[in-house]
Design a protein around this ligand. Sequence first.
Ligand code: MF3
Ligand code: CO
Ligand code: CO
Length: 403
Amino acid sequence: MAGGSDAVETATLSCAKCGKPAHLQCPKCVELKLPREGAAFCSQDCFKASWSSHKSVHLKAKLSSPASENPSEQNSASPNDGWLYCLRKGQARTPKLPHFDWTGQLRPYPISKRRPVPAHIDQPDWATDGIPKIEPNSDLQHVVEIKTPDQIERMRETCRIAREVLDAAARVIRPGITTDEIDAVVHEATIAAGGYPSPLNYHFFPKSCCTSVNEVICHGIPDARKLEDGDIVNVDVTVYYKGVHGDLNETFFVGNVDEASQRLVQCTYECLEKAIAMVKPGVRFREIGEVINRHASMSGFSVVKSYCGHGIGELFHCAPNIPHYARNKAVGVMKAGQTFTIEPMINSGVWRDRMWPDGWTAVTADGKRSAQFEHTLLVTDTGVEVLTARLPSSPKMFPWLNP
Ligand code: MF3
Ligand code: CO
Ligand code: CO
């Protein structure tokens, strides 16, 4: 950490910690050309004592100008200024395609600049610096919360917005559209509804939704690649509104898709339907994976193990953890008032995943295709309410639903 390095000499300002005359300047702020006010200190002691809160200034500055940080990774004079490849989990950009042992045909494309969120939109706690603060240390990582009627009502509203946002994205999917253009639709629709597009800035995720094409399992970053006839693309939307989250995704066909991919996507849809049909008070969370695995393997497909469903509410990701594979060790029993997602990722080849150099994109190890569907659910006294359920207005995207 730069906190280990010493503050540098400067002309007199007042110390950001104690207000005394300050002759030292934070070296990182100097390097990033940030304002000297608020980054000046009277002594190394005051500098070090301020470090844990002061350092967020650097992150904030990097996030708001991602095209000007590390000279070895950046080239602000590049012709595709603002269109760079993502590195280091969204914290850096590069003008060149990174070297990687790509598992299939798909490659990352440059990503556009961050889309701004207007100030009147209520933000989750990671919005300013990319770091969730309450989530990692919350008791709700261990205890499955029973939502109050007020929380449930807010979840219904937020999940409905998330559904409408995903439907807006679904309507623009066609060969030739870029995943970045889909992201723009998600971003604008979320803001128009008064919501914050939650993937944006969450652990530095640079965009407002995830778009996962062909062999991408999940967490694909919207980029400049045009969708091609025959592709499959998952769009995963999460909205933060009235202090709670709603999370859902669907996998769409782009133009004419081969029969094997159609079977994969339909089977994945059915896996989620069968899992939802089990949800009611008293059922063990670990049983969900048994049902999903049975249906997937019956069709010759495999189940991803590295990414799971999750509790959701005021926090984006919390207890319970919901594996989608068989013989999992998930603890606990469903109770009325709990909210969580089920989001199986089913592969046409091996279950194993790999990570792209961007630190987010999970792809199949063998480069074969993967599909996913996700809903946010509420356990009721008698069974389940699908909070992100399709609406009468939802576009008819799936042939098996509208034969
Ligand atoms: N929406 C994803 C989920 O289903 C999470 C995306 S987190 C992001 O849990 F940062 F990648 F966007
Ligand atoms: Co989710
Ligand atoms: Co999601």
